[in-house]
Design a binder for this molecule. Structure first.
Ligand SMILES: NC(=O)c1ccc[n+]([C@@H]2O[C@H](COP(=O)([O-])OP(=O)(O)OC[C@H]3O[C@@H](n4cnc5c(N)ncnc54)[C@H](OP(=O)(O)O)[C@@H]3O)[C@@H](O)[C@H]2O)c1
Length: 346
């Protein structure tokens, strides 16, 4: 078993939006990293930073990843498919931000505020859930505990950095072109021009009309909350915000409850910042780890029968999807895995 008190860590995708945030979060949370390897699709000198020092980013290969105790993947689905199986075979811990392994049976989808008990010492593979689903689950878990949860309807307002560096670059280029009165570049990262616009499509549509993102949020929310029968509908929308996803959430509880009881549950909930009065916007939560819950209200306006209104509520939630939706959640998983003895020395 791993007993050294420090871990050899590799980050694949270290030059990307999530990978850079991972390096920052590992540093901020003072994870006992004895050796840090930064990897991407090709070599770049001094292209990453860790603990105040520049470091080289190496080309990813099976051989180069040998010798690390824990490997974070924040690259492409293809990179995870290619390198993860061999790493698992030799007993390394893999924490994977791609969608590749999230829905595999027997593989836990951990959000430490929601289902930390699902981390066992024998687990090696830890997919990190979809960012919108993680933010949603942190906010819905206290509802599930307080009053049961039977239904959620969600409209999302997702930041461009959800599409990585390419998304950030495309918004900036579009904004510059519009400001200068030049034609906008043809959209590549998104389904339409994103500057001064909103786009009701994230991923491709299936035969029934759901987008890839909507299907991920539905399936992963059920898995994380361990509510396989949860009725959940999602409309995913890209908005011209740089970082932090917002979600308007309508939910129905199993038992009658009240705004006051739910507010108390949010106040107690790990990872939630509850705002009783103020509104919350994505720009102001950028760089924070909490899921911010605001505008909680009852559904009286929707129901003729007042008893029904005690089970129907709405809220507005916002979270930095590069941090809690990806990097922070991933680092918290490593911390849990270390605490539960799942990390073994390379
Ligand atoms: N952005 C988010 O909010 C978010 C949230 C949750 C999960 N995720 C997931 O996290 C992963 C990274 O997303 P991102 O937004 O950070 O993307 P990104 O900004 O485009 O960065 C991708 C990174 O992966 C590297 N990479 C790409 N293909 C690779 C390969 N075959 N081998 C090794 N490295 C490779 C890139 O290196 P080069 O520069 O050398 O190509 C770059 O460092 C994706 O799976 C994404 O779905 C993203």
């Amino acid at each position: 078993m791993y007993e050294g008190g420090s871990v050899k860590v590799a980050v694949v995708g270290a030059t990307g939006a999530v990978g850079e945030t991972l390096l920052r979060v590992l540093e901020e949370r003072e994870v006992p990293v004895s050796e840090l390897g930064a990897f991407a699709s090709r070599f770049r000198p001094d292209a990453a930073a860790f603990r105040g020092r520049r470091c080289d980013v190496h080309e990813t290969s099976e051989a180069a990843l040998r010798g690390y105790d824990a490997i974070f993947f924040a690259g492409s689905d293809e990179a995870s498919e290619r390198y993860v199986p061999a790493l698992l075979e030799r007993g390394a811990i893999v924490i994977d931000n791609s969608a590749t392994y999230r829905m595999e049976p027997g593989v836990p989808l951990i959000v430490p505020e929601v289902n930390p008990q699902a981390v066992l010492p024998t687990h090696r593979l830890f997919p990190v859930g979809n960012c919108t689903a993680i933010i949603l689950c942190v906010a819905l878990a206290p509802v599930r505990t307080a009053a049961g949860l039977v239904r959620a309807q969600v409209a999302t307002y997702q930041a461009v950095s959800g599409a990585g560096r390419a998304g950030l670059d495309e918004l900036a280029a579009g904004e510059r072109a519009l400001a200068d009165g030049r034609p906008e570049p043809h959209p590549q990262a998104f389904a339409a021009a994103i500057a001064r616009n909103v786009i009701p499509q994230i991923g491709s549509f299936d035969a029934a009309g759901w987008s890839g993102e909507e299907n991920k949020v539905r399936a992963e929310t059920r898995k994380i909350l361990d509510l396989p029968d949860l009725a959940i509908a999602v409309t995913s929308v890209r908005v011209p915000v740089r970082t932090a996803h917002s979600e308007a959430v309508f939910f129905e509880t199993e038992r009658a409850t009240s705004v006051a009881e739910l507010a108390a549950a949010f106040e107690r909930a790990p990872g939630v910042a509850y705002h009783a009065e103020a509104i919350v916007t994505p720009r102001e939560v950028e760089g924070t780890d909490a899921v911010h819950v605001a505008r909680l209200r009852g559904g009286a306006a929707l129901e003729a029968d007042p008893r029904e209104s005690q089970r129907h509520f709405q809220m507005w939630i916002v979270g930095d999807q590069l941090r809690k939706g990806a990097a922070t959640n991933a680092v918290q998983i490593l911390e849990l895995a270390i605490a539960r003895g799942a990390v073994t020395s390379a």
